[in-house]
Design a protein around this ligand. Sequence first.
Ligand code: ZN
Length: 138
Amino acid sequence: MKTYRKELWFNVAARRAFINITPQIEDCIVESGIKEGLVLVNAMHITASVFINDDESGLHHDYDIWLEKLAPHEPVSQYRHNVGEDNADAHMKRQIMGREVVVALTEGRLDFGTWERIFYGEFDGRRRKRVLVKIIGE
Ligand code: ZN
């Protein structure tokens, strides 16, 4: 069995953003030389997510509104976590949107369902953060 590991770095200028990272994951697959197996992609920070859904800007806007209703950023004083920081909402948004995805790798390609794409969800940006890509297989 072959293994491959890579860290992708992001530095999002805004506090929150959704980024389609499918092309970077496809580059990792090519670099790995692995054709059949599993691809794991996870955020390496507790205020960011990796998730799968549609690459449709209206949906991303809707996610942002929905997440702000569930865990509003302001007022930051409403959260006990925010003693010396202001990102309690980002921890909660990360919890809802998830830590990682696993996708089957078939004939050298991500074996997606219809319209599926992989996204990095940033909830406390403006600093460098990592995503881990691990591929195992043959
Ligand atoms: Zn925190």
